[in-house]
Unconditional design. Sequence first.
Length: 281
Amino acid sequence: MSRLPAWAYAYLHRLGLEPRPAGYAYLSELCRAHLQAFPFENVGKLLQARHPGHSGLPSPEQFVADAARCGFGGTCYSIHANLLALLRALDFSAHLVPVGDAHTAVIVRLPEWGGEPVYVDLGSAAPLYQPVRFRRDPDNCTRFGTEAVRIAPDAERPGRYRYLRYRREKLVSDHWHFDPEERREPDDFADAIARSFLPGATFLNCLRIHVYQWDNERSVSLKNNTLLITHADGSERRVTLGSVRELEEAVADEFRLPRLPVREAVEALRARGIDPFAPET
């Protein structure tokens, strides 16, 4: 492995890992560490949307610096573009794939398995904490608590695969699909990223944070003012937060993200006419 750029060493430092030869075991460690170190969140997106020319992706240098400074992670486009850069710096063979109309994932080809592709998705707030061998193991199912994800062959479209998400053993989503041979680079998603900043886009109209905490065997999730803590054994605790101060305290204490600017995100939502504390209808 050639000497890594400075940003890659900083990235690995945040993950708590050292450089190692590319392989499945190391990729699995990277996935688990990444889910804990870089939250799935739209706080940064809400703040970014307030400025002209806001729809670009952060560079790896900015991605790592923003995480260190404020605890930012991102949504799928920024997480996977920067994960791709890190994987390539570590000599993994990898590319992006579009998943459905508004999602992306990373396909990694592992030399120890003759270039077999595996599916990596750290940007869907779902229990995909390890690479999925979707071709070798068609019955794969990754679980955490009450949620599970399976990557299955698309019965109606040969060569494509479908992302199936379950909650309490019930299928709740099956509309995402992808072709692992559809190789894409971050710049290929420019139009999709621009659409994600349009007024009606999902992540400009809510507050969303999700992180896995492996040391406590739990995930912590926030949807507007609803805090959900899920343990690996399936037990859950749900709390409705009643003020911005309670929101800040929960993000600092439960998410361990004391510098994440959630107050500014709430202000950005309110400027758009959205009250994250309004009762769900």
